[in-house]
Design a protein around this ligand. Structure first.
Ligand code: DGT
Ligand code: CA
Ligand code: ZN
Length: 566
C-alpha cells in the first residue's frame, strides 16, 4: 500500500463527511491525508516501526484505520460512508466547478451520482435551474467533462516514470536479457503517456515474455505472443513489451520510440536514398546497413543523432540535415521553487538542503508562499524575516550548497504583489504567481502579469498559465505581451516541473525561447522528494529545444546572483 493510496482514501472520507455536513472532522482527515502524502518514509515502514502516531495529523483513531488498510487493503468505515453517499466523488470533483457542496446539491436535487448523470443533467439544462449554480456553472461543468474525456486513458509522465523504471530494472536482471530500454512517448518525455513501451533484446524471448506477464503488479494479460506482450497493471496502466534480436535493437529502438510522425518523415528519406527502413533495420536491397545501434540508422540516412525529446516532426529533421540541432540542456545547478514547513511544505529548510547536496546542487532557493489566502499557511513579512535568519543559520552548516532567500508571492487582481517593498528588497529572489481570479479576461490577466513583471523585485513568473493537467485549462493570456514584458524586465518564465503542472509546456516554452525569453525550471517542491521532479521539467525544456543558456538555473551560483541583480 503506497502513501498516496492511503492519502486518497482519507481525502475521500473527508469529502463524504463534508457532504454530510459534518463539522471539523473532514479537516482532521484532510490534514492526515496531506501529511501522509508528503511523508518521506514509506507509511508501511512507519507502521511496522510502531511510529504511526508520530506522523503529524495522525492520532490514535486514524492510526487504527491506517493499520486496517495496510492489513486488509480496505477500510470498512469508507465502505459504510459510501453506502450512505453513493456518489463517485473523486471523479466528480476532478471537475473544477464541482466541490463537495455542489456535488451534494446535484445529488439531492437531480440524483447525479457520476459523470454520466452529470453530463446528462447539464445537457438537459437542469443544472442552471438549481439555486446558486446558474448557466455559467453549467457551461463550466460541460467544459470540465470535455477536458476529462479528452484525457481519458492518458497518465501523467511523472506518475508513470517511476513505475516504468522499476519494471525495466526488474527485467534487466534476467540473465537472458542483452539490452533493454524504454521507448515510445515515455522516452520522448511527453507530458502524458497512453502506455509504456519496453524494448528488450534476447535470444530467449519466451523467458522474457513469461517473466513480464507474471510480474507481481500485473492485473490482466491483454495479449501474449512469442515476441510481444501487453499487460494492464493494477493501477490501470498498460505496458507493452517487444522482444527483438540483439542485431536489430537499434533500429527497433528507433522505430518504437516514435513519434509516428517523425518515423514517417524518416522513412521518406530512406526511400529517397533507395533504402528501406523498418523496426528490423535499414536495408539496401536485402542487406542490412544499420540495425545494431540507433545512431547508425540516423548516420546512414545522412543525419546526426536526434535526441528522443525532439522526435515530434516539428522541424528536427530539417535542423538535423543542416547540422542546426540545438545542444539540449542536460542538468541544472539548482532549484529555486521549494516550499518548506514554514508554509505548506512538509520538510525543514535543513532537510531540503541535505537533499539538495545529495543531488549535487550548488544552490537552492527557498520560496515559501506569501499570500492573503490562508490555505497554504503563507508567510507574512514578519515571519519571512524570521525565516531569513533561519536560512542564514542553515547556510553556516553547509559548505557544499548555498541557500538563497526567496518567496513565491501572490499577484493580486490588480497586478500588485502582496508583500511590501521593505521586505521584497531583502530577498535574494522573488517568484510572482497568480493563485486566484483565474477567470479574468485575457486582457485583465495579461495586464496583471505584465504589471507584476514591471515590479523591479520580481525575477520569475511561477507556473505562467495556471494550467493543471487533466483538470484546469490554462488561463487566457496574450503570450506576445507576456514575452515582451519578460524580456524588457529581465524576468524568467518558469517551467514548473510538478507532475500535474509542467507549465510552461513544451510548445509555450519553445515559443518563449524563440522569442528570446529566459526560462527557469522549478519543481514547486512541497517535500524533499519532490526535488526529483526536476527531470520532468528538464524534459519539457528539452522538448522545447532549450540549451543550457536558455535556462537560468543552469548558471553557476555567481552567474545566477549576477542575473538576479538585473
Ligand atoms: P502514447 O503511447 O500514445 O503515449 O504514444 P507513443 O508514441 O508511445 O505511441 P504508441 O505506444 O502507440 O507506439 C509506440 C511507437 O511505435 C510510436 O511512437 C511509433 C511506433 N509506431 C506505432 N505504430 C506505428 C505506425 O503505425 N507507424 C509508424 N511509423 N510507427 C508506429
Ligand atoms: Ca506508448
Ligand atoms: Zn504556486
Amino acid at each position: 500500500m503506497k502513501n498516496s493510496e492511503i492519502a486518497r482514501i482519507f481525502y475521500e472520507i473527508a469529502d463524504i463527511l463534508e457532504i454530510q455536513g459534518i463539522q471539523w472532522k473532514p479537516n482532521v482527515y484532510r490534514k492526515a491525508a496531506q501529511s501522509i502524502e508528503n511523508l518521506s518514509e514509506d507509511i508501511e515502514d512507519v507502521y511496522r516501526n510502531g511510529k504511526l502516531e508520530d506522523v503529524p495529523g495522525v492520532g490514535e483513531h486514524i492510526a487504527k484505520k491506517i493499520e486496517e488498510i495496510i492489513k486488509t487493503g480496505k477500510l470498512k468505515y469508507l465502505k459504510k460512508l459510501k453506502k450512505k453517499v453513493p456518489i463517485e466523488l473523486e471523479k466528480m470533483m476532478s471537475i473544477p466547478a464541482i466541490g463537495p457542496r455542489t456535488a451534494k446539491l446535484l445529488f439531492e436535487k437531480l440524483k447525479v451520482k457520476n459523470i454520466k448523470d452529470l453530463k446528462r443533467a447539464a445537457k438537459l439544462h437542469k443544472i442552471r435551474k438549481l439555486e446558486g449554480l446558474g448557466e455559467k456553472t453549467e457551461r463550466e461543468i460541460l467544459e470540465g467533462i470535455k477536458t476529462l474525456e479528452g484525457s481519458k486513458g492518458r497518465f501523467l509522465l511523472g506518475h508513470v516514470l517511476p513505475a516504468a523504471r522499476d519494471i525495466e530494472e526488474e527485467i534487466r536482471k534476467l540473465p537472458e536479457v542483452k539490452q533493454i530500454g524504454l521507448a515510445g512517448s515515455i522516452r520522448r518525455m511527453k507530458e502524458t503517456v497512453h502506455d509504456v513501451d519496453i524494448l528488450v533484446s534476447t535470444n530467449k524471448p519466451e523467458k522474457v515474455i513469461k517473466f513480464f506477464t507474471t510480474m507481481d503488479d500485473v492485473k490482466k494479460v491483454l495479449a501474449k505472443g512469442s515476441t510481444k506482450a501487453s499487460v494492464k497493471l493494477s493501477g490501470g496502466l498498460q505496458v507493452d513489451i517487444r522482444v527483438v534480436k540483439n542485431d536489430a535493437f537499434g533500429s527497433a529502438m528507433q522505430y518504437f520510440t516514435g513519434s509516428k510522425e517523425h518515423n514517417i518523415e524518416l522513412r521518406k528519406i530512406a526511400i529517397k536514398k533507395g533504402f528501406k527502413l523498418s523496426e528490423y533495420g535499414l536495408f539496401k536491397g536485402r542487406k542490412v546497413i544499420a540495425g545494431k545501434k540507433e545512431v547508425y540508422v540516423y548516420k546512414k540516412l545522412g543525419l546526426p543523432f536526434i535526441e528522443p525529446e525532439l522526435r515530434e516532426d516539428k522541424g528536427e529533421i530539417e535542423a538535423a540535415a543542416s547540422y542546426k540541432l540545438p545542444k539540449l540542456v542536460k542538468d541544472v545547478k539548482g532549484d529555486l521553487h521549494v516550499h518548506t514547513k514554514w508554509s505548506d511544505g512538509s520538510d525543514s529548510i535543513e532537510e531540503i538542503a541535505r537533499k539538495g547536496i545529495e543531488k549535487g546542487y550548488k544552490f537552492l532557493g527557498i520560496s515559501d508562499h506569501v499570500s492573503n489566502v490562508k490555505i497554504t499557511h503563507p508567510l507574512d513579512g514578519r515571519r519571512l524575516l524570521r525565516q531569513m535568519k533561519e536560512i542564514d543559520k542553515v547556510n553556516k552548516k553547509f559548505s557544499k550548497i548555498t541557500l538563497l532567500k526567496g518567496a513565491e508571492v501572490d499577484i493580486d487582481k490588480n497586478g500588485k504583489l502582496v508583500l511590501k517593498e521593505s521586505v521584497l528588497k531583502k530577498l535574494d529572489f522573488v517568484i510572482a504567481s497568480v493563485h486566484s481570479g483565474f477567470k479574468s479576461s485575457e486582457t485583465e490577466m495579461t495586464d496583471r502579469m505584465v504589471k507584476a513583471m514591471e515590479n523591479p523585485y520580481v525575477n520569475v513568473i511561477g507556473h505562467p498559465t495556471g494550467m493543471l493537467m487533466q483538470k484546469r485549462k490554462p488561463y487566457a493570456v496574450n503570450f506576445e505581451r507576456v514575452f515582451d514584458a519578460a524580456k524588457a524586465n529581465n524576468v524568467a518564465l518558469e517551467i514548473n516541473a510538478f507532475p500535474n503542472r509542467l507549465d510552461l509546456n513544451d510548445v509555450n516554452a519553445r515559443a518563449a525561447k524563440e522569442y528570446g525569453v529566459k526560462l527557469i525550471i522549478g519543481t514547486d517542491s512541497h517535500s524533499k522528494e519532490h526535488l526529483d521532479f526536476m527531470e520532468l521539467g528538464v524534459g519539457v525544456a528539452r522538448r522545447a529545444w532549450c540549451s543550457s543558456r536558455d535556462v537560468v538555473n543552469c548558471l553557476s551560483l555567481s552567474g545566477l546572483r549576477k542575473w538576479l541583480k538585473k
